[in-house]
Design a protein around this ligand. Structure first.
Ligand code: SF4
Length: 450
């Protein structure tokens, strides 16, 4: 691999699903601040809500999510009770009229681990206390291995209209090495059942860099994926962090592709999906031309938040459930990561927030520059700085860092316009990092760029 590319591929860089990034959040963030932010939400602006369900049937060895495998359903039932109380308490502080939730997303874990009746209680609580907007998006992540036709029909009756599947790789050898056996036919059946039930907006997640993956196997997975025609596909790199997620020790180091192979794999997946008719969006998304994310990219209304690329233009995202992150115009707040502490806070009548960050005016300016780069690969940082009441002077350090990126071919600078060449889109996070005033060099703090 080209030594310059290798240097960037090996760099630890944030995913920039927010700026400042979550590692900057401070502990013991004041609840009163979050209550004030909830109260100050603008009456006329739409809202988003996220619900975290941290349970799964079985552990996948590559899993980097905040989840557990409970030994009985009782834990999930208790969790649902607490979640409903959290939604009621948090929503009681929300200013403005009801019915503004245009995006509701259930993530995890595996949200469909919950019984349909419990999912319905949560949806109803959001609708009662915040109000779902007519025609909004109601999305859920699901596991094809545990999905039933009846569950699909139940979801549609509750108003769900988008579903996401963790597919990762269709190769049997790879599936064995990650403890997730999920044949193509099972995923195909699941898609057919969902479509019959009325959900046509279906997302897939694929992963490269998994144990046992080869160039041929990822290309085959990309072709098989395209055959099923999911409307959106997100492609992520596996981050092997066994010192942080102990179950990853089940994956043998010698089975993992090296950095050069990972690079080849991601390029091959991109080329295959584009050849199959998908439009590449941002760093890692692919969409069918008829998906509304293609329009958002074209119209420059694409956004990036904690769920990755989104068409969601809401003023605020309110998170519910353990470890969930809320985003307000003023800053971020994250729920307790420990389920016991989270539950105790709710029992005590509190909003179960632990960490958070209030953005400064400079953070807002840098956040906009980074988001534009992550979405469109080109930005005029000085124009954005000026629109926030700053000048180019505030970006001197960024332009200094950009000189090296430019000489390495990662960016082209014309006047004040910074553009990432198409062949270097994969390294956009390194260019975005030039504008990150909080970044601290620290090994293993962030995932590798490739
Ligand atoms: S189903 Fe998803 S969240 Fe659950 S263990 Fe597997 S990868 Fe993790």
């Amino acid at each position: 691999m080209d030594p310059v590319l290798l240097k960037y591929a090996m760099a630890d860089v944030p995913r920039y699903t927010s700026y400042p990034t979550a590692v900057q959040f401070a502990s013991d963030f004041p609840q009163e601040t979050v209550k004030r932010w909830l109260g100050e939400l603008d009456d006329d602006k739409s809202l988003s809500a996220y619900v975290h369900v941290p349970f799964c049937e079985k552990l996948c060895w590559y899993c980097g999510c905040h989840m557990s495998v409970p030994n009985s359903y009782d834990r999930a039932a208790q969790y649902t009770d607490l979640l409903v109380r959290e939604i009621a308490e948090t929503s009681s502080h929300v200013g403005g009229k009801k019915g503004r939730v245009e995006h509701l997303h259930f993530g995890g874990g595996t949200p469909t681990y919950l019984k349909s009746a419990d999912i319905e209680r949560i949806v109803r609580a959001i609708d009662t206390h915040l109000g779902l907007a007519d025609g909004g998006e109601v999305a859920i992540e699901m596991d094809p291995r545990t999905f039933s036709r009846q569950a699909g029909a139940d979801l549609v009756s509750m108003g769900f209209n988008r579903a996401s599947f963790g597919v990762q790789d269709f190769d049997r050898t790879v599936q064995e090495k990650i403890n997730r056996i999920q044949p193509f036919e099972q995923v195909e059946q699941c898609m057919n059942d969902l479509r019959d039930a009325g959900i046509n907006a279906i997302n897939f997640d694929l992963i490269y860099g998994l144990p046992g993956q080869t160039l041929d196997s990822v290309i085959e997975t990309a072709h098989l994926t395209a055959k099923l025609k999911p409307s959106r596909i997100a492609v992520f790199g596996y981050a092997h962090v066994p010192w942080f997620k102990r179950h990853m020790k089940m994956i043998r180091d010698e089975d993992l592709p090296g950095v050069s192979e990972r690079y080849q794999q991601t390029i091959a997946i991109t080329e295959t999906l584009v050849e199959e008719g998908y439009i590449a969006i941002g760093l890692d998304h692919f969409v069918l031309p008829e998906d509304n994310m293609a329009d958002a990219a074209q119209n420059r209304t694409l956004r990036r938040n904690f769920q990755g690329y989104t068409v969601d233009a809401a003023d605020a995202l309110i998170g519910f459930g353990v470890s969930s992150i809320s985003e307000f115009p003023q800053g971020f707040a994250q729920g307790e990561r420990d389920t016991l502490s989270w539950g105790n806070a709710i029992e005590a009548g509190n909003i179960p927030i632990n960490r958070g960050l209030e953005k400064t005016a400079e953070d807002h300016m840098r956040a906009e520059i980074i988001e534009k780069l992550m979405c469109y690969f080109t930005v005029d940082p000085v124009a954005i700085a000026e629109s926030h009441g700053f000048s180019k002077g505030e970006l001197i350090e960024a332009f200094e860092r950009l000189k090296q990126l430019e000489s390495d071919g990662m960016a082209v600078i014309k006047g004040n316009q910074v553009t990432i060449p198409e062949s270097r889109h994969l390294f956009v996070r390194s260019v975005a990092r030039a504008f990150d005033a909080h970044y601290v060099e620290s090994p293993n703090r962030h995932a590798k760029a490739v």
